[in-house]
Write a protein that binds this ligand. Structure first.
Ligand code: OSB
Ligand code: MG
Length: 393
């Protein structure tokens, strides 16, 4: 569209969020359709939060009045264990709170659309999906990839794998063995009390030289095997304590030299900055659905960059639709550690984009070069897995 060009953006030193906020590509929201999908998983996924065997997720289709369609994903959980949101709360937020107030309105760009819900607290996965849908429309209007629109600097994202708690150490080592043959650059093992030091030691012995991290998913309270974990040479220990246990996290970080990585604690840019100032950790896992969108994620990226702390892009078991946005985000400069970005085939019988992405022999995934979420969205498959649909506009 010739009249809708991205406004030129500033110098290379400008923080990513400030730069993205100035992208002015008008969005005229016509119709929004929200899909609740049920996707079968190819195997169970077990963490400190429990085991899941099917996954519901929510896809949003935002149609601009000019006809351009942006698809995006709100990855959801059944229970508010990882974060405060659920599938049903996200459905409610999208269909009752957020989508109706966008329909029929025009915005100067994605940042203005995001500003329109500033008075509403929380609802991060829902806000994330609508913001991504707007970015998808914007990138299609200007004909550039999201990575280009966001001034990404990486054409490939190094990828690690996240291994759930297994039946036995032998079973876990088997799983890791099979996946390492595919080229992954980093092993992340979910831990919980009773499934930690011995397991990690076995993994470190079996796969020497491969960066290894542990993810506690808030599963420890007070004491933990910090000193023993500290001797394993881990890349990081992700979120060992509760999201709001900031004082205790700072104490643990002060007592070990292994970096603590914030996941659940990093719930907004402000809280993340406060946690870093307190000394709670030295790395942040950025999940845009947890943070409530791309701009909030970029703010966290910039806060960490200003403190010379690295970030990496986590996952919420997104399909290819959601992963497309994560890949573009992970192309920003300070995403210097491997991402949780395993291809959809690892979890799902079938992806919702075609062709889907896969890991390459060098352990990286290519950053999509096409506008929108970066992949061809298969609307017929989305329809096939849709259990409930809402539409407005
Ligand atoms: O802590 O990283 C986590 C999935 C659901 C909730 C929390 C977490 C995860 C993952 C998924 O580890 C990793 C992925 O999407 O590849
Ligand atoms: Mg985590």
């Amino acid at each position: 569209m010739e009249d809708e060009e991205a406004v030129p953006v500033g110098g290379a030193e400008e923080p990513a969020a400030a730069r993205a906020r100035r992208v002015e590509v008008p969005i005229h929201v016509g119709r929004i359709v929200v899909h609740s999908l049920e996707l079968p998983l190819v195997h169970h996924f077990r963490t400190a939060y429990g085991t899941i065997s099917r996954k519901r997720t929510i896809l949003v289709r935002l149609e601009d009045v000019g006809g351009i369609v942006g698809w995006a994903e709100a990855p959801t959980a059944e229970l508010p264990t990882y974060g405060p949101d659920t599938h049903d709360s996200t459905w409610y937020a999208l269909t009752e709170l957020l989508a109706p107030r966008l329909i029929g309105r025009s915005f100067a760009g994605p940042a203005e659309l995001v500003a329109s819900w500033a008075a509403l607290r929380g609802q991060h996965p829902a806000k994330h999906a609508l913001e991504c849908a707007a970015w998808s429309v914007a990138s299609q209007k200007v004909g550039t990839s999201l990575s280009q629109l966001w001034s990404g600097v990486r054409r490939a994202v190094p990828v690690g794998e996240s291994f759930g708690i297994a039946e036995s150490v032998a079973a876990l080592l088997d799983q890791i063995e099979r996946r390492m043959a595919e080229g992954y650059c980093r092993i992340k093992v979910k831990i919980e009390p009773g499934w930690d030091v011995e397991v990690l030691r076995a993994v470190a012995e079996r796969f020497p030289g491969v960066p290894l991290s542990a993810d506690g998913n808030c599963g420890y309270a007070g004491s933990g095997p910090w000193a023993e974990l500290d001797r394993l040479g881990l890349l990081m220990i992700e979120q060992p304590l509760a999201a709001d246990a900031l004082c205790e996290l700072a104490d643990v970080q002060g007592s070990i030299s292994t970096a603590i990585c914030l996941d659940e604690s990093a719930s907004s840019p402000g809280i993340t900055e406060a946690a870093l100032r307190l000394g709670c950790g030295q790395i942040v896992n950025i999940k845009p659905a947890r943070l409530g969108g791309i701009l909030a994620s970029m703010e966290v990226h910039d806060i960490c960059q200003a403190r010379s702390l690295p970030v990496w892009c986590g996952g919420m078991l997104e399909t290819g639709v959601g992963r497309g946005f994560n890949l573009a985000l992970a192309s920003l400069p300070n995403f210097s550690l491997p991402a949780d970005m395993s291809p959809a085939r690892i979890f799902y019988a079938e992806d919702l984009v075609e062709p889907t992405f896969d890991i390459r022999p060098d352990g990286t995934v290519a950053v999509p070069e096409q506008p929108g979420c970066g992949f061809h969205v298969q609307e017929d498959r989305i329809d096939q897995y849709t259990a409930v649909r809402w539409s407005g506009g």
